[in-house]
Design a binder for this molecule. Structure first.
Ligand code: AAL
Length: 407
């Protein structure tokens, strides 16, 4: 008897599930667009699943933003060197027939935060200076030396200068980069610094003060050096401002950056990371954070380029919208254009190419970095291409992808 009762309850439960799913698979004739439905393979009729209703809202069946890529090792001085960290390459500029790149460089293993943080190296990007290299083919590189060193003891940048970007504007070059002042603790806040020069070979003049700082509206809980314990988390960039990249845009200078938040949590897409933009009238600032910040809900290193009057962005690594290419007609309001399998991170784009040629022209080739071990990273090259078919080996069309190499 008890068994029969349990079976009845089970059947009732199944019944309610079925009626629930048929409720969800209902008519969506309001948004139904026959042309789009044919293109996207959305069934006719009035029984659309939630996934199909969502697909119906996609703007188009367009693969022009979709890419795959391959990576390859660099040669010469930027080939992997044990005991040395070279990471976070800047954009690449072609100047007088030579490609230039700037990057973070440090030596020795990472000890972390458990030991003597006054003398140890807590991260691979701790105790870095900014170095640069040149190449004629983008594959074999010659390291030219240090461009920007850490500041003197007591300065806001005396512990590390790292994750650099370059902007060429009129007759000057501007490097912007992350800075860390001693002591580097788990709760340390950082700042963005800048240096300018009339030549890519320097000498570089640093601004006396940071050009961007974290928001000052979070409150730590207690005194333990623990970044997850907070009374108040504050804005998305209450602890760190990272990965600056400046784009001259609409007669102003848009500095895109990544924020890290005090009390960071894990979301349904991983780390709680967002990006923002700060805007200035002049390259050296002052940079004012946009009222619309944050302008992404995901991402890690900034990778942005101008495209057809707007700004495109490759969002990687963290958050629910990681591994997507997005585009904002106004540099602020981004929409997803494509989802990229395992998108390359820490990218340095080749700024000399015409990024307006087609959506992904900026990504024909560029630099990225790889973890040879937790301690040591090296810079590598990527080349993106636009696949036009998915075909088996030997199948007609299996070589049918359009190369994306620089012309
Ligand atoms: C990078 C960047 C920032 C972080 C670390 C070094 O790739 O996001 O620079 O601080 O990792």
């Amino acid at each position: 008897m008890r068994k029969l009762w349990l079976i009845c309850v089970g059947l009732l439960f199944l019944g309610s599930c079925t009626s629930q799913s048929s409720k969800q698979s209902n008519d969506d004739s309001v948004n139904y667009d026959q042309v789009k439905a044919d293109s996207l393979g959305i069934p006719r009729g009035n029984k659309l699943s939630t996934a199909m209703k969502r697909a119906m809202k996609w703007p188009q069946h367009d693969s022009s933003w979709f890419f795959e890529y391959k990576t390859m090792a660099l040669k010469g001085d930027l080939a992997y060197e044990k005991g040395v960290v070279r990471r976070d390459p800047s954009s690449v500029y072609k100047i007088d027939g030579q490609y230039y790149v700037w990057y973070s460089k440090s030596v020795g293993p990472t000890q972390g935060f458990a030991g003597d943080i006054e003398n140890d190296k807590v991260f691979p990007w701790d105790r870095c200076d900014i170095w640069y290299a040149t190449s004629t083919d983008g594959i074999t590189w010659k390291e030219q030396g240090m461009a920007v060193p850490r500041g003197p003891k007591g300065n806001y940048d005396d512990r590390s200068v790292f994750t650099v970007e370059i902007m060429h504007w009129k007759d000057k070059y501007y490097l912007c980069y992350q800075t860390m002042g001693a002591l580097y603790t788990v709760r340390s806040k950082d700042a963005i610094g800048m240096a300018w020069s009339t030549s890519p070979d320097g000498p570089w003049t640093k601004t006396t003060k940071p050009v961007l700082k974290p928001a000052d509206n979070g409150v730590w809980k207690g005194t333990e050096d623990n970044r997850f314990l907070v009374e108040k988390k504050g804005d998305f960039d209450s602890q760190k401002v990272h990965d600056p990249c400046i784009i001259p845009y609409k007669g102003k200078f848009y500095m895109y950056y990544k924020g890290e938040r005090m009390g960071e949590e894990i979301t349904w897409g991983g780390r709680e990371i967002k990006q923002g933009v700060a805007i200035a009238d002049n390259p050296l600032g002052p940079y004012v954070k946009s009222e619309y910040n944050p302008i992404s809900n995901s991402g890690h290193e900034i990778c942005v380029w101008p495209y057809r009057g707007g700004i495109a962005s490759l969002v990687t690594t963290d958050g629910p919208e990681k591994n997507t290419v997005q585009w904002a007609p106004d540099g602020i309001n981004f929409e997803i254009e494509a989802s990229i399998p395992g998108a390359p991170h820490a990218i340095g784009l080749v700024r000399s190419s015409d990024t307006n040629e087609y959506p992904l022209a900026a990504l024909k080739w560029g630099l990225t970095h790889t973890y040879n071990s937790y301690d040591y990273q090296s810079i590598i090259r990527f080349e993106a291409y636009h696949p036009t078919h998915h075909a088996a080996k030997g199948e007609v069309g299996s070589k049918g992808w359009k190369g994306n190499k620089e012309k």
